[in-house]
Write a protein that binds this ligand. Structure first.
Ligand code: ATP
Length: 285
């Protein structure tokens, strides 16, 4: 019997670096939005041999316990006291090192899949286990819009329904390490944000107001990425000229997302981007 689960991606509509800690991590405040597209698919088979075997559809992606999803399975086996005899397969659609949280999402999907099956851990214990694997992993257990603080591991969920605007994600098909992006923030960007943007962003999501969302996007990591990779500025300008209300980089990049006024305008933009830029992937949400 094989079990299978979708492993969704995310974008950050807002990302503020508040403080650089002595251990070089940054305290941040960020608004995560889960996306249905792209999503990976994780399948798990119960096998006779003890241990965890993990493979993926993407050549070069770490396998077995070097993969965050494999480590999640091992951590679940340890904490739940269940001997592992699992074969796990990842069908990869989320670009890697793209600011879309692929590895964290895969880890959370494995935890969810195993706990749905064995039911050994409470939601609280599962979240505590998730955070040991990575700051973003607990977000993917919940898969709903969330504001994260701390190093991104403390979550709060704004009240009411938050309605995502039509979004186009564009991945330029080269990787950027999160470490590079965080090491290259201009120091003057780091600090509290008194602009009220984050509150306005949440209000706009509650009010199903794409224009309000577009006006309040922010990412402190973006400036260094635009400077280092001119293609990202070209993509952003192109999207603004072809119907996007606004566009920004997600997380540590290099993927960009555009906020569009309507689903139709998003689809036209997707075609325009795919026609004008050969080496990018586009994802409509
Ligand atoms: P974030 O937005 O959380 O910073 P990201 O999208 O930039 O994440 P990932 O795609 O999660 O980055 O991958 C970062 C690194 O983790 C890659 O170098 C990759 O080799 C490694 N990795 C380990 N396991 C996985 C996995 N299951 N999926 C993707 N990457 C993985």
């Amino acid at each position: 019997m094989a079990l299978s689960i979708a492993s969704r991606s995310k974008i950050n509509l807002y990302l503020k670096t508040l403080r650089r800690r002595p251990d070089r991590y940054h305290e941040i405040e960020t608004l995560f939005l889960p996306l249905d597209v792209p999503a990976d698919r994780i399948s798990l088979d119960f096998v006779n041999a003890p241990g965890i075997r993990l493979t993926s559809s993407l050549p070069g992606l770490p396998e077995n316990l070097e993969n965050l999803a494999g480590r999640a399975a091992l951590a679940y086996s340890d904490m739940a006291g269940i001997p592992a005899a699992w074969s796990i397969r990842i069908e990869k659609a989320i670009p890697v090192a793209a600011g879309m949280g692929g590895g964290s999402s895969n880890a959370a999907a494995v935890l969810r899949l195993l706990n749905d099956h064995y039911g050994k851990l409470s939601e609280k214990d599962l979240a505590a286990l998730a955070v040991t694997l990575g700051a973003d992993v607990p977000f993917f257990l919940q898969n709903r819009p969330a504001i994260a603080t701390g190093i991104g591991e403390i979550f709060r969920y704004p009240a009411g329904e938050l309605i995502a605007p039509p979004i186009l994600v564009v991945n330029p098909r080269f990787p950027v390490s999160s470490k590079w992006a965080y090491c290259n923030i201009a120091p003057e960007r780091i600090g509290a944000d008194r602009s009220g943007r984050l509150d306005r962003l949440v209000e706009a999501l509650r009010g199903n107001d794409p224009k309000g969302v577009a006006e309040n996007l922010h990412n402190d990591l973006a400036a260094a990425l635009y400077k280092k990779f001119p293609l990202l500025s070209l993509l952003r300008d192109f999207m603004l000229e072809h119907g996007a209300l606004n566009a920004e980089i997600t997380g540590s990049g290099p993927s960009l997302f555009a906020v569009c006024p309507t689903a139709e305008s998003r689809t036209s933009l997707a075609h325009a981007v795919a026609d004008a830029f050969e080496s990018v992937s586009v994802f409509e949400n």
